[in-house]
Write a protein that binds this ligand. Structure first.
Ligand code: ING
Length: 311
């Protein structure tokens, strides 16, 4: 019996600092309704989908910083999103800034949750690869202070049985690291959902700016193909608080082919009816890890690189 899942990538245009959670939740609900009209069962929202991408600013007042974080999920302002999704029979993946009380202290994570069609939170992921810098770099046109405002994720790269398949999440910079997909691939992931906020200009490496679109697609296509999984990549795009950011949300099949792609850089829902068994051709064949992968060899490569044998 084929397992199909119709998925929506709900791209967001800019969220400005002046936009309230209520403003944003209204936009998210509008995208849920678009997704419902398009027959979706699951909707993927971008990274930090409830606020502007605040790591672009240097802030010192912790109360100012914490205003961008959610202390509970759902909370008063996000409950309408959960209610409407349940009414529409939709599940969703949502990225947000999480303020948690754990191990007797307050902790800050760049988080994504997976919510099933009955409203239950069935999965949580906390961003592992935090790009950018931790100290103020005033010479930059804009900062990228994720290392200042978030801790690295402490949940690993888990996968979750939901929506009739094996689902995984990662966030933005994670998508550029092959380990992200492989750790989930080793757990049999069939669909990786991810959101991103990617400036078109990366101050430390301006030579890469012209490749921004290519590197975005390359990273996700490689992750999909090399692990036989669907990848749903969803942007917060457009010029947000003066920073031009990549849109180009896309749905990528386990073959690596892009099967749906955003047409513009604003709020936009793209959808595709995904065959959750489409990865089997790869995971039972060319990427059958049990048959073909050689972990025992990988350590040797690291050792040899470290100590070049004498001539
Ligand atoms: N954003 C970026 C990403 O990996 C980055 C990191 C920053 C890229 C600046 C280019 C320029 O897509 C996040 N949020 O990880």
């Amino acid at each position: 019996m084929p397992r199909h899942l119709t998925v929506g990538a709900a791209q967001l245009g800019p969220i400005e600092r002046r936009h309230t959670r209520r403003d944003v939740v209204e936009r998210l609900i509008a995208l849920l309704r678009d997704a419902s009209r398009m027959g979706c069962e699951l909707v993927v929202f971008p990274e930090l989908a409830l606020t502007t991408f605040f790591p672009r600013w240097w802030m010192e007042d912790q109360a100012e910083i914490d205003a961008f974080f959610e202390r509970e999920m759902p909370g008063n302002e996000t409950a309408p999103l959960f209610t409407e999704a349940k009414r529409l029979g939709l599940g969703f993946c949502l990225g947000y800034a999480e303020l948690a009380h754990e191990d007797g202290r307050i902790r800050h994570f760049n988080t994504a949750i997976l919510v099933e069609r009955d409203g239950r939170i069935v999965g949580k992921y906390r961003k592992v690869h935090l790009p950018g810098h931790a100290e103020h770099e005033p010479q930059r046109k804009f900062q990228h202070l994720e290392k200042r405002y978030f801790e690295p994720g402490n949940l690993g790269f888990p996968v979750f049985r939901a929506f009739g398949g094996i689902m995984g999440m990662c966030i933005c910079n994670d998508r550029r690291w092959p380990e992200t997909y492989r750790v989930m691939g080793l757990q049999g992931v069939e669909m990786v959902m991810l959101g991103y906020n990617t400036p078109l200009h990366n101050p430390p490496a301006p030579d890469q700016d012209e490749h921004t679109w290519f590197h975005n697609q390359l990273s996700m296509q490689a992750g999909a193909y090399q692990n036989g999984t669907w990848v749903i990549g969803v942007a917060k795009g457009g010029t947000e608080e003066g920073v031009p950011s990549l849109a180009d949300s896309q749905i990528i099949a386990p073959s690596g082919k892009v099967v749906a792609r955003a047409a513009a850089s604003g709020d936009e829902l793209i959808a595709h009816r995904c065959d959750l068994d489409a990865g089997k051709s790869y995971t039972s064949g060319i990427f059958n890890f049990a048959q073909h992968r050689r972990p025992e060899a990988y350590g040797l490569i690291v050792e040899r690189t470290g100590a070049v044998p004498p001539p």
